[in-house]
Design a protein around this ligand. Structure first.
Ligand code: S3P
Length: 169
């Protein structure tokens, strides 16, 4: 069995919820969320990292986190930030580290799930759906390059998707 299962996909694709469901079903894997780890290390929220240090600094923190993870032998289910595979050639690293699963979600589903959220700096705009559609179409190629497997998440529960990942394993 692989030592690392890496969930990638856009904001609101369910990486964290599905990762936690998967960790409950699989023995011996710890659940890790890259955004939470970065916030813990920086001592501030992602919103504040973007505000104080800029997006580039955040992307470098994501790459540093991935490099550390690559060196560890722990069995981990990783929920990545939605932009991680699309910066600093991280998609290459993601492919090397373990089994990567792209949770593919339509812009409409993403919008429904996160339309009232204020914790994501890249979606601070009046035209959230427009921003989601544009970013998603720019990022799709990176998600595909980073992915070993692709699962369409629209209209599926986290539990069903976790079971689908277990079947792949
Ligand atoms: C981002 C997604 C966020 C977080 C940051 C940037 C992105 O994570 O890393 O706000 O660029 O798509 P989630 O995908 O967990 O929302």
């Amino acid at each position: 069995m692989v030592s690392k299962i890496i969930l990638i996909g856009f904001m609101g694709s369910g990486k964290t919820t599905i990762g936690k469901a998967l960790a409950q079903k699989l023995q011996g894997y710890d659940f890790v969320d890259s955004d939470s780890e970065i916030e813990k290390n920086a001592g501030k929220s992602i919103n504040d990292i973007f505000k104080d240090e800029g997006e580039k600094a955040f992307r470098d923190m994501e790459s540093e986190f991935l490099n550390k993870l690559k060196a560890s032998g722990d069995k981990i289910i990783l929920s990545t930030g939605g932009g991680m595979p699309c910066h600093n050639d991280n998609y290459k690293l993601i492919k090397k580290i373990g089994l990567s699963v792209y949770l593919k979600t339509s812009p409409a589903s993403v919008y429904e799930r996160i339309k009232d959220d204020t914790s994501r700096p890249l979606l601070k705009t009046d035209d959230k759906l427009g921003r989601i559609s544009k970013l998603l179409s720019e990022r799709e190629e990176f998600y595909k390059k980073a992915a070993d497997e692709i699962i369409i998440t629209d209209e599926k529960t986290a539990d069903e998707i976790a079971d689908e990942i277990i079947r792949i394993l």
